[in-house]
Design a protein around this ligand. Sequence first.
Ligand SMILES: Cc1cc2nc3c(=O)[nH]c(=O)nc-3n(C[C@H](O)[C@H](O)[C@H](O)COP(=O)(O)OP(=O)(O)OC[C@H]3O[C@@H](n4cnc5c(N)ncnc54)[C@H](O)[C@@H]3O)c2cc1C
Length: 416
Amino acid sequence: MSTDYDLIIVGGGIGGSGLAAIMAEAGASVLVLEESTEFRDRVRGEWIAPWGVVETKRLGLYDLLVRAGGHHLARHISYDETRTPAESEATALALDSILPEIPGPLCIGHPHHCQTLYDEASRRGAEMLRGVQVEEVVPGANPRVAYVHRGVRLEVTARLIVGADGRQSQVRKACGIALHQDPPHHMFAGLLVEGAEGWADDIQAIGTEKDFAFLTFPQGGGKVRVYGSYPLSQRNRFAGPDGARLFLNAFQVACSPENHHIVAAEPAGPLYSFFNNSAWADTPVAEGVVLIGDAAGYNDPIVGQGLSITYRDVRLVSDLLKSTGEWQPSLFAPYVEERTERMRRLRHAALVTARLEAEFGPDAQARRRAFHERAMTDPALTAHGIAVMAGPEVLPPEMFTEAHMDHVLGLDQHAG
Ligand SMILES: Cc1cc2nc3c(=O)[nH]c(=O)nc-3n(C[C@H](O)[C@H](O)[C@H](O)COP(=O)(O)OP(=O)(O)OC[C@H]3O[C@@H](n4cnc5c(N)ncnc54)[C@H](O)[C@@H]3O)c2cc1C
């Protein structure tokens, strides 16, 4: 049966525009329907893990991102209130040593990242529409989408519809695909700041002190994307007109003296806060539909995996689509299988990280101190960090079990 397009992709962000670029280049007719009229700062990912950088290379998109201003980070420092700054800096991690030929994580502003991929998809021949209101998505043997663009309602058909429309995915809901979620673990606020030239351009840092855990990811040119974790009981801590200033003041911690550059910086975008957790769909596929990126389920942002996850989704799905002309739901079985295990492992790694770094008070502090000491002689304790940097598949499955989590948190220390 003939259709208007091979692919209709709902959502033209990282996943949607990335997939459109790959499939348009492969000769598919692609329509992308993007809701926004311009990409704005929504406080989304700007740090691509080294394993995600590998994915951009495998997709042939890496050079594009570097030309668009993406820059690599060279060192990671974990500060903590249980150590002096010098002790923390002595255990800095060289980020170019994690994966061969990958100079470290890649940072690029999210709206600019989306626009870069959007323009590339257009350049490669995908039909890109924005300011679109999708009214109906109908899965099935002859899937179709109804949308309004510039006041005109249209109904179009495709061989396959791709849901790349983010966390609240309309496509996922239209397919009746359930999203399972962990309970929120902590609050997480993010803000882009400018005027932080004093913060080294190639150093990322995290640190926990009292009831605040900070994360800093320099974007170049004095801009730094900063995040903070804090207890769920303080959900309104940074609400109101002074919220951004209160948030930046929270970066004034003794364990990381360089943070004064962040405290002195100015907001360069909105401050948004989130209930952090992980979410997943059992099967992100329905007849005539496949979901990618956040639409298919997302990882707790505390470990910054969403972009890498999305790029791998794009690679796996595009490889399958290019491998045959028969686009049946069963074609996606390898994608579903790999993604299920990938998300399970990353959910585990995020939860270990959250329990170590985003829990507060004397017990949590003692746990972190013990963790840092034990990790000097037991490298297996840092498996969750390796998984988020080098990819969840590089480690054996026993690193992603309850027993391993108890071991990392020291809960098995007094057993027996
Ligand atoms: C606070 C926070 C910090 C994060 N930090 C990191 C990080 O450091 N590193 C990292 O890798 N990941 C991070 N992430 C996750 C990362 O941003 C996402 O996983 C990634 O952006 C997912 O890409 P996507 O294309 O699936 O979705 P999105 O980036 O959300 O894009 C979805 C697109 O679909 C469009 N859309 C939505 N609904 C519709 C509709 N009905 N019709 C048409 N278009 C629609 C939207 O306008 C948008 O352009 C973070 C997330 C959060 C919340």
